[in-house]
Design a protein around this ligand. Structure first.
Ligand code: ZN
Length: 124
């Protein structure tokens, strides 16, 4: 078993991976980028331990940032979309003579009105 394999097994059995799971494929990818001359490593065990710890740290930082952003998003008020009609027949979905226009805004207004009257009827 190589030093890398034994180290990763060690991590999986209660080592650094308990803090954050770094996918094995990413570890190998980082190794290929970082380790130009593997046979010249003086302390391979330490080298891979440091690399894994660094990756775990990066993962935790990413997770922290993600959670912070999610909490930030959760606090944002939900804003209803503004309807803008390009229709020239109606005034914002309402016909001058009364009733709803057949355009997108008119149909939506009618659906909302019908839903509201149904809801009002259900509670009365
Ligand atoms: Zn219209």
């Amino acid at each position: 078993m190589s030093i890398l394999c034994s180290f990763l097994r060690q991590c999986g059995e209660g080592g650094t991976s308990k803090k954050a799971q770094v996918p094995f494929a990413e570890f190998i990818e980082r190794d290929e980028q970082a380790t130009k001359s593997p046979d010249r490593l003086k302390n391979p065990h330490g080298f891979y331990r440091d690399m894994a710890q660094k990756m775990v740290g990066e993962y935790q930082a990413q997770l922290k940032e993600f959670l912070a952003n999610t909490q930030l998003l959760a606090r944002q008020p939900v804003v209803a979309p503004t309807l803008k009609s390009a229709c020239t027949l109606c005034n914002d979905g309402l016909m001058p003579a009364g009733g709803y226009c057949s355009c997108e805004v008119g149909v939506l207004r009618q659906q909302i009105a019908e839903h509201q009257s149904k809801s009002a009827g259900a509670t009365a």
